[in-house]
Design a protein. Structure first.
Length: 269
């Protein structure tokens, strides 16, 4: 039990770094971490809900992480209202539907969807122009209305369903509108908040198998351990934003997704 807590605590520090530098809110780190810990420590046959618990706990952690990072980015003047609102409202609407849908999907199917989502995102970032290097423009392009509405709902639907916050869709979206990585990842944090809030409420109220320290599917102990590690790290890591060269920042973003995919495959897919 102590080993699991310390593991979550140390990896919580990593979620803090990825929240600030990549806008993940912790989701892409939290899901495989919690899933792995539950799978390893559960009694035989007791890990049927492991993936659901991992997704739910990820959403709860993101509420705090993404909010803290968004506040820090706002104070540094990195948030641009025209890219955050009203996109955030449509993301929230999609997030409610995505969260409910997840409670109806089996754990194995959910794991496969998570891995498939990662694979598609990695391929899209590498093969389609506009992510690894931004075409030089006089100014970034605004978001189209249909992108804000239908795109926002789609982002919320997938992000809440997989507990990933939506950054892996919002960052490439904003990147291809001409924003540098520092700004695109900064905007991903406030856009992850509605996903995290909607998901947490649905997962916390969902009828789930009773477990010690759980609220619905949310593992409160795991979430607390991750937050104890992540919050101090966010306060320190925010000073690094803007200091990483743009191309290095974008390559590191894709590399981290590749690592997470490998970890998910290794722990049980």
């Amino acid at each position: 039990m102590l080993t699991s807590f310390l593991t979550l605590l140390s990896l919580g520090c990593l979620t803090g770094i990825t929240t600030v530098l990549f806008g993940f809110g912790g989701g892409f780190i939290t899901v495989p971490v919690v899933y792995g810990v539950l799978t390893v420590t559960a009694r035989p046959g007791a890990d049927a809900d492991a993936m659901h618990v991992a997704v739910a706990t990820s959403a709860a952690v993101m509420v705090v992480n993404a909010s803290a990072a968004a506040l820090a980015q706002w104070r540094q003047g990195r948030l641009r209202r025209e890219y955050v609102w009203p996109l955030a409202a449509f993301i929230a609407a999609g997030a409610v539907a995505g969260s409910f849908a997840t409670t109806l999907i089996g754990g194995t199917a959910l794991s496969l969807l998570f891995a498939a989502y990662l694979l598609v995102t990695i391929a899209d970032s590498l093969l389609r122009k506009g992510f690894l290097s931004v075409t030089q423009r006089t100014s970034p392009q605004p978001l189209e209305r249909r992108t804000v509405t239908f795109g926002g709902i789609g982002i919320g639907l997938v992000a809440a369903g997989l507990g990933v916050g939506g950054s892996v869709m919002t960052v490439p979206l904003l990147r291809r509108r001409g924003l540098p990585m520092a700004e695109a990842t900064a905007m991903a944090n406030p856009l992850s908040v509605p996903v995290a809030v909607a998901g947490t409420l649905v997962y916390a109220l969902a009828p789930a198998t009773a477990g010690s320290g759980r609220l619905g599917y949310v593992d409160l102990t795991a979430g607390a351990a991750l937050l104890i590690g992540s919050l101090p790290t966010i306060a320190v890591a925010r000073r690094l934003v803007g200091r990483v060269p743009d191309r290095v920042h974008s390559i590191a973003y894709v590399a981290l997704l590749v690592i997470v995919l490998i970890v998910m495959l290794a722990i049980g897919l």
